[in-house]
Design a protein around this ligand. Structure first.
Ligand SMILES: Cc1cc2nc3c(=O)[nH]c(=O)nc-3n(C[C@H](O)[C@H](O)[C@H](O)COP(=O)(O)OP(=O)(O)OC[C@H]3O[C@@H](n4cnc5c(N)ncnc54)[C@H](O)[C@@H]3O)c2cc1C
Length: 231
C-alpha cells in the first residue's frame, strides 16, 4: 500500500465501476473512494458537500509559564466548563497552557484567534495578564443539519464519512472501521447510519442559522452566569 500525503484531490471522475482521482501532479484509478474531508470538502463532490456546514473552532497555546502555572492549575487534568459555548484547557508538560474554545462560521486568522482567545483565557486566569501567546490557530469541523455523523454510500463505490462536529474524534474511528469492513468484506454495518443521511444543510442560509443558534446559546450562558453571580 502507498500513502500520498499532501496531495489535495482536485476532481473525481467516473471510470467504469471505479473512479479517476486527480491531483495537481497526477491521477490514480481507484476502485472505491471514501470522502472524509471534514469541513474542507468544498466543491469536490457537490451533493455530499451540500449536506455539511464548515464551522470553525479555535486553539491557543501560551508561552511556557514555569512557576506561574501553579497559580492557574492544581491539576494536570483537562478542564472544561458547563456552558454550551464552553472553554476547555489543560497544562502541557512544558508548562504552557493549551486553550480551546468558541465555534463560528468565521475561519479567523491566527492573529484574530489570538486576540479573541487571550481575552477568554485572562477572564478565567486574571493572573495571566500580559502572558505571551506563542501559537493560535483555527480549524474547520463539519456539521450536518441533523447534527449526527454522516456515514454511508452516495452511489456505487463512493463512500462518505463526515459531520463529526460536536462529536469529536471518537466516532471517526468507528466510521473508518465500518467503511473498511464494507469495502473489504461487503459488511453492511454502514446501513445503520442511513437514517442520518445527506440532508441538505441549506447553505448559505444554514450557516447564518448555525451562527444565530450559537450566539443565542452564548447569550443564554451569559444570562445564567449573571443569575449565578459568576464573573
Ligand atoms: C481547533 C479544533 C479543536 C478540536 N478539538 C477537539 C478535541 O479536543 N476533541 C475532539 O474529540 N475533537 C476536537 N475537534 C474536532 C475533531 O478534530 C473533528 O471532529 C475530527 O477531526 C473530524 O475528523 P474528520 O476525519 O471528519 O475530518 P478532519 O480531521 O478535518 O480530516 C479531514 C482531512 O481531509 C483532508 N482533505 C480535505 N480536503 C481534501 C482534498 N480535496 N484532498 C485530499 N485531502 C483532503 C484534510 O487535509 C484532512 O486531513 C477539534 C477541531 C478543531 C478544528
Amino acid at each position: 500500500m502507498r500513502l500520498y500525503e499532501a496531495s489535495p484531490v482536485t476532481s473525481l471522475t467516473r471510470d467504469g465501476a471505479g473512479w479517476i482521482v486527480t491531483t495537481a501532479t497526477g491521477s490514480v484509478h481507484a476502485e472505491h473512494v471514501v470522502l472524509s474531508c471534514g469541513g474542507y470538502l468544498a466543491g469536490l463532490r457537490r451533493e455530499i458537500d451540500a449536506s455539511i456546514l464548515p464551522i470553525a473552532t479555535y486553539i491557543l497555546v501560551t508561552e511556557p509559564l514555569g512557576a506561574r502555572l501553579a497559580d492557574c492549575f492544581g491539576t494536570r487534568a483537562a478542564i472544561y466548563d458547563t456552558r454550551f459555548a464552553f472553554d476547555y484547557y489543560r497544562p502541557l508538560t512544558d508548562t504552557r497552557i493549551l486553550w480551546g474554545g468558541r465555534i463560528s462560521v468565521l475561519d479567523r486568522s491566527p492573529a484574530q484567534v489570538k486576540a479573541l482567545l487571550t481575552k477568554d483565557l485572562q477572564k478565567v486566569f486574571p493572573s495571566l495578564a500580559g502572558v505571551r501567546v506563542d501559537y493560535a490557530w483555527s480549524g474547520l469541523m463539519s456539521y450536518a443539519r441533523h447534527q449526527m455523523p454522516q456515514i454511508g454510500q452516495s452511489e456505487p463505490n463512493l463512500w462518505f464519512a463526515q459531520g463529526f462536529g460536536g462529536h469529536g474524534v471518537a466516532p471517526t474511528t468507528l466510521a473508518g472501521e465500518t467503511l473498511a469492513s464494507a469495502i473489504a468484506e461487503g459488511g453492511d454495518g454502514w446501513k445503520q447510519f442511513s437514517r442520518f443521511g445527506l440532508a441538505s444543510a441549506y447553505k448559505p442560509a444554514g450557516l447564518l442559522a448555525a451562527q444565530l443558534s450559537y450566539s443565542r446559546a452564548q447569550l443564554k450562558d451569559r444570562y445564567n452566569e449573571f443569575i449565578e453571580g459568576i464573573f
